[in-house]
Design a protein around this ligand. Structure first.
Ligand SMILES: [Fe+2]
Ligand SMILES: [Fe+2]
Length: 186
């Protein structure tokens, strides 16, 4: 048990280390690839349970990803390039995605619109990712601008780890003893 815990901690440490070594663009692109994979798996399964767990993973990952972009990468991009058009368009696209994410999270796979919302979300994300990654897109512009992508990568990785551990503990209520809460003596 303790050994398994140590092993998991070592693994998490190794993951954090490799993430810390990625530059900002490599980290954000890796997030994109992960979400694309989950969208594909969602489309190819018929199991409602599997659909729900994949949709949860997609929504969670996108919430963390959009938040670290908005808090760290996008402001640095705007400062370095002064390209308001690209910056604002990306933020507006995030807002559209967030609305759908909230709807998906509040419904279940038995909802009549569940698959349609996931489909539209995947199309929105595909379009948005293309704008970030294409030849003259945001990431290419960021690279040309001389932004410190290494330092930004470290900031993104640290904030991502923080947000993911927050959502982990929020999603898993702590177990209480059989007697429940201890009441203070009257
Ligand atoms: Fe992105
Ligand atoms: Fe984005």
């Amino acid at each position: 048990m303790a050994q398994a815990k140590r092993k998991a901690a070592r693994k998490a440490g190794a993951r954090a280390k490799s993430a810390a070594q990625q530059d900002a663009i490599a980290l954000l692109k890796a997030d994109h690839r992960q979400v694309e994979e989950w969208f594909e798996q969602f489309e190819s399964t018929r199991s409602e349970g599997r659909k729900q767990s994949l949709a949860q993973k997609v929504c969670q990952a996108l919430k963390v990803h959009t938040q670290i972009e908005e808090e760290i990468f996008y402001p640095a991009f705007l400062e370095a390039t002064e390209d308001k058009d690209t910056h604002h368009e990306a933020e507006v696209e995030h807002d559209g995605a967030k609305k759908l994410i909230a709807e998906i999270e509040s419904a279940g796979p038995q909802d009549d619109y569940y698959d349609a919302r996931m489909k539209v979300l995947s199309e929105m994300i595909k379009h948005h990712v293309k704008e970030e990654e294409q030849r003259d897109g945001m990431f290419a512009e960021a690279r040309k601008s001389g932004m410190d992508l290494k330092a930004l990568g470290e900031q993104l990785a640290a904030r991502k780890a923080e947000l993911m551990s927050d959502s982990d503990s929020a999603g898993r209520p702590q177990r209480r003893g059989a007697t429940g809460w201890a009441h203070p003596a009257a």
